[in-house]
Design a protein around this ligand. Structure first.
Ligand SMILES: *[C@@H]1O[C@H](CO)[C@@H](O)[C@H](O)[C@H]1NC(C)=O
Ligand SMILES: *[C@@H]1O[C@H](CO)[C@@H](O)[C@H](O)[C@H]1NC(C)=O
Length: 277
């Protein structure tokens, strides 16, 4: 009994090892931006068998077929969101163009050997399709100068994305304390109901704790992992009306000089008139 089992196992193993297609690697991106392209790679080893077909499926539906015996060997089926660039596709690669939200899904590569066994192996992976924001984070509400104890208030917003972006405020390159931050809020527009604009507010009192040597560096970081990271940075100053060490504003000096010249000119004109007369 035991011996028979071993014999059967040996026979099965022998049959498998002689002609057994092996799927070496399915190379499919996990995240791609909308509007872009994707290369789907399927590496296989026939291990002595002959290739009958390579078939690609999206969510269980066949969209591409490579059969070397056929003329031409490539055939593809119209599928929503799956735009195959046939010129760049082969037995091991399928090029997808013009990715849309509909392109997201499970992609399966299936490789079959010739008759009589038609041994078939397959593997599948999910592709996420993201909508990247058109432009980076934008900061509104900040001024160049603040007085002591005045509120520093700003909104950072990122144009619509899918999935939602993660926004982060940094004060002097360190994450802003939780009590400085309000939000995030998400705004959905009617033309892109699948995407959302992200807004995060920063609010704190101008003190010397944050305005180190009179200046504070504020940064808003936007992330859509793992595809996207951008930031907006600006520096702001605190005005010290009470300090004696601060030199007067350069603009103030210029203004004073201008008024002095104006008054001299105002005096000179009547004198010139007098001489002329
Ligand atoms: C992708 O879109 C462009 C422009 O809309 C079009 O010319 C091209 O044929 C499309 N490619 C595929 C493979 O659908
Ligand atoms: C910041 O965003 C919030 C939420 O959208 C809004 O209510 C507020 O008016 C905005 N403030 C500024 C300064 O833009």
């Amino acid at each position: 009994m035991f011996g028979r089992t071993i014999l059967v196992l040996l026979l099965l193993w022998k049959q498998d090892s002689v002609k057994s297609v092996r799927l070496v690697e399915l190379r499919v991106p996990t995240h791609e931006p909308e509007g872009g392209m994707a290369l789907l790679g399927c590496q296989y080893d026939m291990e002595g068998d002959t290739l009958y077909s390579v078939k690609w499926y999206k969510d269980g539906r066949e969209f591409y077929r490579f059969v070397p015996k056929n003329e031409p060997p490539v055939y593809y089926f119209e599928t929503p969101g799956v735009n195959v660039d046939v010129a760049r596709s082969s037995n091991t690669v399928v090029a997808l163009m013009n990715l849309t939200q509909e392109s997201a899904g499970h992609y399966r590569c299936e490789v079959s050997g010739e008759a009589p066994h038609f041994t078939t192996v397959f593997r599948q992976k999910y592709i996420n399709i993201h909508l990247l924001p058109k432009g980076g984070p934008r900061v509104v509400g900040l001024r160049g100068h603040y007085r002591l104890d005045e509120t520093v208030l700003a909104n950072c917003s990122l144009p619509p994305s899918r999935p939602k972006a993660h926004l982060k405020w940094l004060v002097n390159d360190r994450p802003a304390p939780a009590e400085y931050v309000l939000g995030p809020w998400y705004r959905v527009s009617t033309d892109r109901p699948d995407a959302a604009e992200t807004i995060l507010q920063l609010s704190f009192y101008a003190t010397t704790a944050d305005f180190v040597n009179g200046a504070v560096k504020l940064k808003c970081q936007a992330t859509i992992a793992p595809l996207y990271q951008r930031e907006a940075e600006s520096t702001h100053y605190i005005a010290f009306p009470f300090t004696i060490t601060d030199p007067p504003d350069a603009e103030e000096i210029k203004d004073h000089a201008a008024t002095a010249q104006d008054s001299i000119a105002a005096l000179l004109i009547p004198i010139i008139f007098l001489i002329l007369m």
